[in-house]
Design a protein around this ligand. Sequence first.
Ligand SMILES: O=C(O)CCC(=O)C(=O)O
Ligand SMILES: [Fe+2]
Length: 215
Amino acid sequence: MGAPPIRAARPAMSVTPALFEMLEARGWAVCDDSIAPAFRQQLYACSEAAWQAGRFHPARIGRGEAATRDETVRGDSILWLERRHGDAVMDAFMDWAAQLRAELNQRYFLGLRREEFHFSHYPVGTGYRKHFDQHRGSPHRRISLVLYLNPEWDADDGGELAIHAADDDTRESARILPQGGRLVLFRSELIPHAVLPCRRPRRALTGWFRTDAAA
Ligand SMILES: O=C(O)CCC(=O)C(=O)O
Ligand SMILES: [Fe+2]
């Protein structure tokens, strides 16, 4: 009797060539099947538990000393994913993201050296005004990633990610509903975007692939 065939464990997340092709052609890409539903659920539960435990803090705008809170600009609270939390779900996501960084470097020679992610929670009625993710004078953020965690979301719930045209930021080129499991990648220096006000608490995992070494 032969040995049973060895099956590689199904990775919790994967990114298809089509996603890279979209990213290359338009500077942004969206994909609904890069993450196993069970893993999305684990990330949601991890975020929810941390929220309930009061571990989120209000997000600020700007950098370093100059960072300020302005809820008319952005209304979310965040929690950074860090290895020191000793959370297996956060670690699994960061392992997956490190693989994605290797793949982005291989394809585009971006020289990405690290990534950073936070969970976000937008209370009802809040959003994030149009912005670029790359800060002025700091070119290190190159690729932005958003993974939506809400278990169910429909058009009436609002909270869309509005993508604006790279060459004319007054023109909206797409509105993306934050459906659970939906992954969006875009070029941080190129794509103006906004979060429209949501009518339900809105949860995501957001982050950036960067060219600088850890601080
Ligand atoms: O949650 C989103 O859809 C995007 C969030 C965002 O633009 C940001 O955190 O910079
Ligand atoms: Fe952003």
